[in-house]
Write a protein that binds this ligand. Structure first.
Ligand code: BDP
Length: 697
């Protein structure tokens, strides 16, 4: 098993009585409707059921008196079937689905339906999931809808097929052979996404190349859009702000210039002529050297509204990124986005949504939630999570990210009093927003197992589930993903689930405990580099973030320091400001703390930090112990693959621990506490390590 089939393994149901229950309930399949989407649903059902139930399952039964599975959208159902569903249709939205059991004339039937064919397809995937996870399918009554409208993957894929911060091979988009050659992978990609409810994909890098908007490339984009459409997946592109100059021959990209406005209108029309359901644009502007409206003394509102006006007639949207910080601004990087957006609340057009990273710096192993969440009541805000592990050991380290996503989604912004959690801003309920969204920076490449490490398929899956329902628990996601992907055996599920659920905290411990952040090595961000201080922009250097000195360590973001805490609601700011109330997990994010400061457990900061690094290493050791006991439950290929990767992770956790502790010890001048292993190399050795070919360099 090379892992290619992800969580759609459809393994044979070994339990005979359960299999019989399924076979009895599914004597006949009955389709209503004949769209491409319904054909896909039908194909998926047949594929899944024949694989899980074996030869006894007949997809072509003509037994009209049998127990039947009926599937189709409301418009295609007969009145007597609709009658069985009561008010359920009022409880779902356009993409929602209903799965319900009912009895008629002594037979037990199951209906899978929705208001649209896509809803039916989602229902079918969820029905198959019940069988895959060995649940009973008697007396079903499931009513479910996505809580967030725009659920997208962001591919940071370049046109030369390299992937920025991608660690699973090259881009799956074969630009050279498109549009005529349609790699079957495109279909499998669409299937996988639809099966978790992802309904959009941004094909290219946020550091955009204007060429994607030329006819030669749009033809290729159109071909992909045609493959994805029946799976309910819309295509989006990133728009380079200076495209009117680069491919349009204009002298300016000023958002208020009449020719520029017209150029975007015409370009947009051209795209919609090819792709009538094109989703819209993502824009990274005036950030890390990308062009933007500020180049013309305009602001983000001017830039976003320019594009929003162009796509509005076609129901397109603009996802304008808030990941901005400037080389001319010397204030704390964590504070820079907020003033560029929050004062402009209410000025963006209705079809603009601001895409905000989970934290205010950049996808660290742990970040406090971004202060913009909850802070713009009149402007749609979407989450940007990173699925690819730029700062988390690339695709080598097994780290289950839904735990991290859950932490941010559940964080309380207090913007409308207690209970104003981030998830509520995202699903629109906090401020009554109509346009809602979530983006995940994809970890997919052309490796056979898609994500470079079979375990990290869980992060793609988990992201999709949380985009559908941001209130789900990481625990439930781990449980279902393991069952779908590997086995329903409790002896496998329980220990491996625990291993996954602890893995993110392990990474925080061996990389950046107690609120440390951005101390990864230069450029590629792999491995420790707390000593790095020679990069051209101060805020790119780890020393900017940890501020270790003879007195202590940490970034003072309270009122005595950068005062970043003032950007949060007072209830939150008060907690972050107060050494006694702040969670120690965020301590050094907000405070510069003396080395001998006593933590809650009575240990000095130095001792506690050293012990955290050690704990991280020990946690990886116990992940290995767990995995080594799983050999009999997993196929040899995936078992070995994961085993080798875990062993590398262990080596590298020690590297992190030793390098960071040796470096910080120069400032603390304190001995390593008991229980922390002595480093086997010198600081100079760790500082001399180089990664000339590390991806992302
Ligand atoms: C950072 C990455 C960089 C991205 C940037 C972004 O280092 O490669 O271009 O974020 O999100 O995490 O725009």
């Amino acid at each position: 098993n090379d892992g290619y089939h992800l969580w759609l393994q459809y393994s044979y149901v070994e339990n005979a009585s359960l299999r019989q229950e399924y076979l009895t309930a599914l004597e006949k399949l009955s389709t209503s409707g004949n769209s491409e989407t319904i054909k896909i649903a039908s194909k998926e059902l047949n594929r899944g059921l024949s694989s899980m139930l074996g030869p006894e399952f007949s997809s072509t039964s003509t037994n009209n008196n049998g127990n039947t599975l009926i599937f189709g959208a409301k418009a295609n159902l007969s009145e007597d079937v609709i009658l069985q569903l009561g008010n359920a249709f009022n409880e779902i939205n356009e993409e929602g689905y209903i799965i319900k059991s009912y009895s008629l004339k002594g037979k037990n039937h199951i209906i899978i339906t929705g208001n649209s064919d896509i809803g039916v397809l989602y229902g079918v995937y969820n029905f198959l999931k019940l069988l895959q996870t060995n649940k009973s399918i008697e007396k079903l009554n499931i009513i479910d809808s996505p809580k967030i409208k725009v659920r997208i993957l962001n591919h940071w894929d370049n046109l030369d097929r390299t992937v920025e911060r991608g660690y699973a091979g090259f881009s799956i988009w074969d630009w050279h052979r498109l549009p005529d050659y349609l790699d079957p992978r495109y279909t499998d990609y669409a299937r996988a996404n639809a099966s978790v409810g992802i309904n959009g994909t941004v094909l290219n890098n946020v550091n955009a190349n204007a060429l994607i908007l030329t006819p030669q490339y749009l033809e290729k984009v159109e071909a992909l859009a045609n493959v994805f459409r029946p799976y309910g997946i819309k295509v989006y592109l990133t728009a380079r702000f200076s495209a009117p100059i680069e491919i349009g021959g204009l002298k300016t990209a000023d958002p208020l210039d009449a020719d520029v406005i017209n150029w975007w209108k015409e370009k947009t029309k051209e795209i919609y002529n090819r792709i009538p359901d094109f989703g819209g644009f993502v824009v990274k502007a005036n950030s890390e050297g990308q062009p933007g409206p500020q180049d013309y003394d305009r602001n983000h509102v001017d830039g976003a509204n320019l594009l929003a006006t162009a796509v509005a007639p076609f129901n397109g949207i603009i996802m304008w990124r808030a990941f901005v910080y400037s080389e001319h601004d010397t204030t704390d990087r964590a504070k820079q986005a907020y003033p560029e957006f929050v004062p402009y609340d209410g000025q963006f057009k209705d079809n603009v949504i601001i895409q905000v990273k989970n934290g205010a710096i950049d996808f660290q192993p742990r970040e406090p939630f971004h202060p913009m969440f909850g802070a713009m009541p009149k402007t749609p805000i979407m989450m940007e999570f990173q699925i690819t592990q730029e700062y988390l050991g690339f695709s080598t380290h097994t780290i289950f990210l839904p735990t991290m996503y859950e932490e941010t989604l559940q964080a309380d912004t207090y913007r409308k009093g207690k209970g104003s959690i981030v998830a509520k801003d995202l699903d629109g309920t906090l401020h009554n927003k109509r346009l809602t969204g979530m983006a995940g920076v994809s970890n997919i490449g052309n490796d056979i197992n898609w994500t470079g490490n079979p375990m990290l398929q869980a992060n793609w899956y988990g992201y999709g589930r949380l985009a559908w329902d941001p209130y789900l628990s990481a625990e439930s996601i781990a449980d279902e993903w393991l069952r779908l992907t590997f086995s329903n055996n409790k002896k496998f599920i329980e220990p491996v689930k625990e291993m996954l659920l602890n893995s993110r905290e392990a990474a925080v411990n061996y990389m950046t405990p107690l609120g440390l952040h951005h101390i990864m090595d230069t450029g590629h961000h792999y491995g420790p580099g707390p000593w790095v201080s020679n990069l051209s922009r101060p805020e790119w250097n780890p020393i900017y973030y940890h501020k270790a000195d003879s007195l202590g360590i940490g970034f003072d973001r309270t009122s005595t320091g950068s005062n970043a805490t003032e950007q949060y609601a007072p209830e939150v700011a008060n907690v972050f400001n107060d050494l006694n109330s702040i969670s120690e997990k965020n301590l050094l994010w907000f405070h510069h703390v003396p080395w001998d400061y006593k933590l809650k457990n009575g240990k000095t900061l130095w001792d506690a930090m050293a012990l955290k690094y050690q704990e991280g290493v020990d946690q990886v050791a116990s992940m290995i112990t767990t995995w080594n006991q799983m050999e009999s439950y997993v196929d040899a290929e995936r078992y070995n693959n994961i085993k080798m990767l875990l062993n590398i992770q262990y080596k590298e956790a020690k590297w992190w621990r030793d390098a960071c502790l040796l470096y910080f010890q120069q400032y603390s001048n304190m001995p390593l506490p008991e229980g922390v292993e002595k480093p086997t190399q010198t600081l100079e050795y760790f500082q001399s390590l180089e990664f000339p070919f590390a991806p992302g360099n």
